[in-house]
Design a protein around this ligand. Structure first.
Ligand code: F6R
Length: 609
C-alpha cells in the first residue's frame, strides 16, 4: 500500500512532492511525510492524518531543496502516528527511506539490528531498511541499497535519499509499482502515472527486481545483481485533466458520469461489424478457444462481482464450465487447474496482491492467464499471456464504479467472442449481443438522467441503518455489488442475498422499516423474485425495486419505489442496473456527511495480502 513520490531537478521539491502525494492519496491516507536535502543534511517533515495535516506542518516549518522524496501511508505495521509516518531514517539521520509494500522478515531483521546497537524510532517494518542501508554503506548508495534489499523478503517499492550523496535518489522495486517520469531538466518518481502527468508524459516503468538511480543527468536502471538495463521511455496519452475532478463534487460522482464514455472506450475498435469481435491483446485464437476445458476467474471485491457476472456469460454463451474464486481464497483449496484451462484475472489496478497471487497460482498449475485490467503496464497486465484492457481511464475514487461497468462490458465481449469461436452461439445471437453492447453507452447516459429521482430516494432513506439487496440469476451478483457500494461509503450495514435464500434464515431480520433493494432485471426470473419481494413486503420492509422496461410492469405493483432502466438484453442488464445503485450509495454517503472518495479504513489498491 502507500503512495510514493520523488523529485530531482531545478524547482523547489516540496510543492512538487505534495502535489504528487495529493494525486496518490487514494493509495493510503493515514499519514504522510516528505524529506529533502537541505544544506547538506536531510530534513524531514511528517504527520499522522491526511495530507492536509502535512501541508500545515510544512507551512509552519518550511523546507527548501530541489531534491526530495514523499510518502502517503496506509498502515500495515504500526498504527498511524507521526513516528510511524514515512520517511524513516537510519541512526545517524544520513539516510531516509520511503516504502510501499511489506517486509515480511522485518521482525528477525529488527532483532538482529537491535542486537548490533541500532536505535529504532518507529514500529514499522520499513525502518529496518534504513538501518540495513546504514550498515551496508561504503560510499556507494546504490550498492548499499542493493545489499540491504538482498536481506529483505516481501514486497517493496523502496526509495532512498542520502545526505552523503545529495544529488541522487535510489529506487528499487520488487512487486510494488514504481514509475520514473522524465521532465524538462528534472526527473520524477511515483507509484503511478497520473501523479506524473502534470510534469511529463514520458515515463519508464521500473520492472520487478530492478534498481534505478536518479541523478540530475538522468536515470540509470539496472537489474539487482545484474547489469544495466536499456529501456526507452513510453509516451502516455492520458489527458492530465482526466485525473482531476472536472467540476464534480467528488471523483466518485465524476467517475459515475464518465461511464457512458468509458463504455465507449472499452468497445472502441473491438466491434468492427455486427458479425465480428476483435479483442486486441488477446492472442488466444479460435483453435485454442475451442480446446478450452475450463475457465477460472479470480478477482477481489467489486472485480469479483464482475467476475460472477462473467461466469454466467461464459457458461451461457461459450458453454465453458467456469468457476469464480476470490483472489484471497483460490490458493488455499488446492484448485484442480489443469493445462487447457484459462485463468481470467479481473482487476482495476492490476496490482491487487491477492488477485496477482491467484493468477500466478493458476499459471503455475498450467493455465493460460488472461488479464481483464484497467491500468496499462500494471503487474497483472505484464504477467498475463493475454490482456484485455478495460480502458476506463484513471479511477481515483476508492469506491469502484466505471472500472466495474467496463469489466462487465469486457467480459461480455470476451464471452461472445469465445462463444462465436466455439460455435456455441448462432450468428443472429452474436449480432444481437454486439448490437446490445453498442447500445450500452447511450442507454447508460439515459440511466444517469434518473439521478434527481435517486437523490430524492437517498434523502428519504438517509437515516437507514440496515439494508438488504436481493436478486436471482445475474441480479444476485448485482445485489452484491449494490450492497458493497452502499456499505463501503455510507457505512450503512448492508447484506446481499440470493433472493431465494431469504427464507432460509435472513428473513428473521426483516422487520418494519428495514430497506430491501430488489433487483429484478431478468425476465425469466422476475415472477420468482416478486414472490420474495412479497415476503419482505408482508413483514413491513420498505422495498425499492430496480427493473428494466421489460420487467418493470411485473415488479411495480409490489414495491414502494421503482427505478426503471432502459430495455436491454438480459445478459447485459447488470451494466445499466448498477448505475442507480452507485448513485444511491453516493448520495446516501454524501447526505450522511462522509468522505466519499476516501472511505475510512480503505485504500484504492490493496497491494498486501
Ligand atoms: C470496491 C472496490 C474494491 C476493489 C478491490 C479489487 O468499490 O473498489 O472492492 O474492487 O479491492 O481491486 P482491483 O480491481 O484493483 O483488483
Amino acid at each position: 500500500m502507500c503512495g510514493i513520490m520523488g523529485y530531482i531537478g531545478e524547482r523547489a521539491a516540496v510543492p512538487v512532492l505534495l502535489d504528487g502525494l495529493r494525486r496518490l492519496e487514494y493509495r493510503g491516507y493515514d499519514s504522510a511525510g516528505v524529506a529533502v536535502v537541505e544544506d547538506g543534511a536531510i530534513a524531514v517533515r511528517k504527520s499522522a492524518g491526511k495530507l492536509s495535516q502535512l501541508v500545515k506542518v510544512v507551512e509552519q516549518i518550511p523546507l527548501s531543496g530541489d531534491i526530495g522524496i514523499g510518502h502517503t501511508r496506509w498502515a500495515t505495521h504500526g498504527h498511524p502516528s507521526d513516528e510511524n509516518a514515512h520517511p524513516h531514517a537510519d541512526c545517524r539521520e544520513r539516510v531516509v527511506v520511503i516504502h510501499n509494500g511489506i517486509i515480511e522478515n522485518f521482525l528477525s531483521l529488527k532483532e538482529e539490528l537491535l542486537a548490533r546497537g541500532h536505535r529504532f524510532r518507529s514500529d514499522t517494518d520499513t525502518e529496518v531498511l534504513a538501518h540495513l542501508i546504514e550498515e551496508a554503506y561504503r560510499g556507494d548508495l546504490a550498492a548499499a541499497v542493493e545489499q540491504a534489499v538482498a536481506q529483505a523478503s516481501g514486497a517493496y517499492a523502496l526509495v532512498v535519499l542520502s545526505a552523503d550523496e545529495p544529488d541522487k535518489i535510489v529506487a528499487v522495486r520488487r512487486i510494488s509499482p514504481l514509475i520514473v517520469g522524465l521532465g524538462q531538466n528534472e526527473i520524477l518518481l511515483a507509484s503511478d502515472i497520473p501523479a506524473l502527468l502534470p510534469h511529463t508524459r514520458d515515463v519508464i516503468v521500473i520492472e520487478d527486481g530492478e534498481l534505478a538511480v536518479l541523478t540530475r543527468g538522468g536515470v540509470a536502471i539496472s537489474r539487482i545483481g545484474g547489469g544495466p538495463v536499456d529501456r526507452l521511455p513510453m509516451r502516455v496519452t492520458w489527458d492530465a485533466a482526466a485525473a482531476e475532478k472536472g467540476g464534480f463534487a467528488h471523483f466518485m460522482l465524476k467517475e459515475i458520469h464518465e461511464q457512458p464514455r468509458a463504455l465507449q472506450e472499452t468497445m472502441m475498435g473491438r466491434l468492427p461489424s455486427d458479425e465480428e469481435i476483435a479483442l486486441d491483446g488477446v492472442a488466444l485464437g479460435p483453435e485454442s478457444a475451442r480446446r478450452l476445458s475450463k475457465v477460472w476467474i479470480v478477482a477481489c471485491g467489486t472485480a469479483y462481482h464482475a467476475a460472477l457476472v462473467g461466469r454466467t456469460l461464459l457458461e451461457q454463451l461459450a458453454r465453458i464450465p467456469t468457476e469464480v474464486d476470490l483472489g484471497s481464497e483460490f490458493r488455499y483449496r488446492s484448485p484442480l487447474v489443469s493445462g487447457g484451462a484459462l485463468a481470467v484475472a479481473v482487476s482495476q489496478s492490476g496490482e491487487t496482491a491477492d488477485t496477482l497471487a491467484a493468477a500466478r497460482e493458476a499459471r503455475a498449475r498450467g493455465a493460460r492467464a488472461l488479464a481483464v485490467v484497467n491500468v496499462v503496464g500494471s503487474t497483472l497486465a505484464r504477467e498475463a499471456e493475454d490482456v484485455l484492457y478495460t480502458r476506463a481511464g484513471p479511477e481515483i475514487a476508492v469506491c469502484s464504479t466505471k472500472a466495474y461497468l467496463t469489466q462487465l462490458a469486457a467480459l461480455a465481449m470476451l464471452a461472445t467472442a469465445l462463444g462465436q469461436a466455439r460455435g456455441t452461439i448462432a450468428p443472429p445471437r452474436v449480432s444481437a449481443l454486439i448490437q446490445g453492447l453498442r447500445a450500452l453507452p447511450a442507454k447508460a447516459q439515459a440511466v444517469l438522467s434518473l439521478e434527481p429521482a435517486i437523490i430524492a430516494l437517498a434523502e428519504r432513506l438517509q437515516r437507514t441503518e440496515d439494508a438488504f439487496f436481493i436478486g436471482r440469476g445475474l441480479d444476485y451478483p448485482l445485489a452484491m455489488e449494490g450492497s458493497l457500494k452502499l456499505k463501503e461509503i455510507s457505512y450503512v450495514h448492508s447484506e446481499a442475498l440470493a433472493a431465494g435464500e431469504l427464507k432460509h434464515g435472513t428473513l428473521a431480520l426483516v422487520v418494519p422499516g428495514v430497506v430491501v433493494v430488489a433487483l429484478g432485471t431478468q425476465p425469466a426470473l422476475i415472477e420468482k423474485t416478486v414472490s420474495n419481494v412479497q415476503q419482505v413486503g408482508a413483514r413491513g420492509a420498505e422495498v425499492v425495486g430496480v427493473a428494466t422496461e421489460s420487467t418493470a410492469p411485473v415488479l411495480a405493483p409490489h414495491v414502494d419505489e421503482l427505478i426503471t432502466v432502459p430495455a436491454i438484453d438480459p445478459l447485459l442488464a447488470p451494466v445499466l442496473a448498477a448505475i442507480p445503485l452507485q448513485l444511491l450509495a453516493y448520495h446516501m454517503a454524501r447526505l450522511r456527511g462522509h468522505d466519499v472518495d476516501q472511505p475510512r479504513n480503505l485504500a484504492k489498491s490493496v497491494t498486501v495480502e
